[in-house]
Design a protein around this ligand. Structure first.
Ligand SMILES: [Zn+2]
Length: 134
């Protein structure tokens, strides 16, 4: 009888575990990591020493991707490109709330190149022996 109860209880426990939502930050990080594309993963892996970081404290993969891209620009591995939305004018269609400021470049007229282009540039920098990760 005692045995039966504990079996039912452990089955309940197992079911509970399986249906439990993701609660730890590390597990959430892994779930988000699974959703981003191969290029983004490669760029993040090149730009940060992920093994040395605690996933419970690490920024979300999407955030790391944008940091990796802007760091590559700051380090001079790749130059900003002309905004594809406004063609470099910084202006787009007018509306009463935001005026005519381009949403693609926040009015700067330049944008960070694609992850594919940045990854290529970072790989080349690594090949030249430059420090690309932190
Ligand atoms: Zn623009």
């Amino acid at each position: 009888m005692t045995n039966q109860v504990s079996t039912a209880a452990s089955r309940r426990e197992a079911k509970f575990e399986a249906n439990r939502p993701i609660t730890t930050k590390a597990a959430l990080w892994d779930a988000r990591w699974a959703k981003i594309n191969k290029t983004a993963k490669a760029l993040i892996a090149l730009s940060f020493n992920l093994k040395d970081h605690d996933k419970n404290k690490l920024k979300a993969p999407e955030k790391l991707l944008s940091i990796a891209k802007s760091n590559a620009v700051k380090a001079g591995f790749i130059a900003l490109e002309v905004c594809s939305r406004c063609g470099g004018t910084g202006k787009f269609s007018w509306n009463s709330r935001t005026g005519s400021k381009c949403f693609g470049c926040h009015g700067h007229g330049k944008q960070i190149p694609s992850a594919t282009a940045v990854l290529k540039a970072v790989k080349q920098a690594a090949k030249r022996g430059e420090k690309v990760s932190r």
